[in-house]
Structures are given as C-alpha cells and as structure tokens.
Design a protein around this ligand. Structure first.
Ligand SMILES: Cc1cc2nc3c(=O)[nH]c(=O)nc-3n(C[C@H](O)[C@H](O)[C@H](O)COP(=O)(O)O)c2cc1C
Length: 182
C-alpha cells in the first residue's frame, strides 16, 4: 500500500458508538505507518473507551474538554489548524446531525467547523438510525459540504440484527485516509 500517511497530522474525532473499540486498532495501525495521530473524544465516546487507551496508542495527549485550561492553546483552533485530515469515527447519528446543523457545542464539532482540512466521516449505527430520513438528509447535507464518507457495511450489528450500519473495516478506512492525503 502506498504510504501517504508518514508525518501527516491525523485528528481522529471519536464519537460515542459501540464501534469505538475498532478505532483503537485504527490508531495503532496509523501510528505504525508513522502518522502523527491526535484523538479528540466526545463525552459519550469516553463511556466506551478511556482517553488513556487512545493516549497510550497514539503517544499524544487526548483532547475532550473545550474549557480545559491546562494547555495554553485554544483546543479546537489548534487541532483544526494542525490537522491534515480530520476523521470522524465512529460517526454517530447525533454527531452527524450536529455537523449538518453547524452545531459547535463540544470539541469534536467545534474542531470540524474550524478546520480547513479534509473531513472524512465514517458512520456506524443501528440500521434504522442509518436509514431514518433525518440521518439520510443530514448525510446529504454533509456530502454537499464536500465532506467525504466511508459508508458503513452490511453485517451483524451490536444490537443483534443484521443490517446496514457496521463500521467499514479498519483496512478500508485506512486506505481511504491514505487516498485522501495523496
Ligand atoms: C451501548 C450503546 C451503544 C451505542 N451505539 C451507537 C452507535 O453505534 N451509533 C450511534 O449513532 N449511537 C450509538 N449510541 C447512542 C450514542 O451514544 C448517543 O446518541 C450519544 O448521544 C452520542 O454522542 P456523541 O455523538 O456526542 O458521541 C449508543 C449508545 C449506547 C448506550
């Protein structure tokens, strides 16, 4: 695989879906390809995997609190400026809706609003959530903003049913990030 990831600043915007554990593997693989990975997590994401895990795997501080005064930079602006790409993964129905509306009430959404970097969105959710008219409309809005997507796959979902909404395989996401950075 061509490596366009070397020394690139990749911001992983991690949301609160059950597929977060797969993002740990993605982080590890990106770091192995010499990317500089910084994770920013929603409050919900921290219910699934701790910041400590992402800090250890990425080797970088994990950001979450917009009002954290322990570092002098304004979090969402510095993350937005340093990113070569922002990858929203797993993108929840909630965060997709917020982004489609320009909501900026957490560090993930504020960073994405503030960035000029490419934004790659990797949704994962229950089949009905994914196919709800609201989610489909929100995704269309984000496509019109020229955000890129790695669409979910069909498979057995965490809720027990088989349907659309499984996070695309980590290798597919990795290849898409690489392609976007070409
Ligand atoms: C066990 C569990 C699993 C969840 N999985 C998903 C999911 O895969 N996709 C999704 O859109 N929401 C999922 N949710 C709901 C989100 O956590 C919830 O909408 C939350 O507000 C998302 O916040 P965020 O977008 O700020 O991360 C799940 C909730 C629970 C309790």
């Amino acid at each position: 695989m061509p490596n366009n990831l070397k020394n690139k600043n990749i911001v992983l915007a991690v949301c609160g879906g059950i597929a977060v554990y797969k993002v740990c593997d993605l982080t590890r693989k990106l770091v192995a390809l010499n990317a500089n990975v910084t994770c920013v997590m929603t409050e919900s994401a921290k219910q699934f995997v701790t910041p400590l895990t992402f800090q250890t795997l990425s080797g970088n501080k994990v950001y979450s609190d917009m009002f954290d005064t322990s570092y002098w930079e304004i979090g969402h602006i510095s993350l937005a400026q340093k990113a070569d790409i922002v990858v929203v993964i797993p993108a929840t129905a909630n965060t997709i809706a917020k982004l489609a509306n320009g909501t900026a009430d957490n560090l993930v959404c504020s960073t994405i609003l503030a960035t000029k970097a490419k934004v790659l969105i990797c949704p994962a959710m229950n089949h009905n959530m994914f196919h709800h008219a609201a989610t489909e409309k929100n995704i269309k809005i984000l496509l019109d903003y020229n955000y890129k997507f790695v669409m979910p796959h069909k498979g057995k979902l965490a809720c027990g049913i088989t349907g659309d909404g499984c996070l695309a395989p980590v290798e597919t996401v990795l290849e898409q990030i690489d392609a976007e950075l070409k």
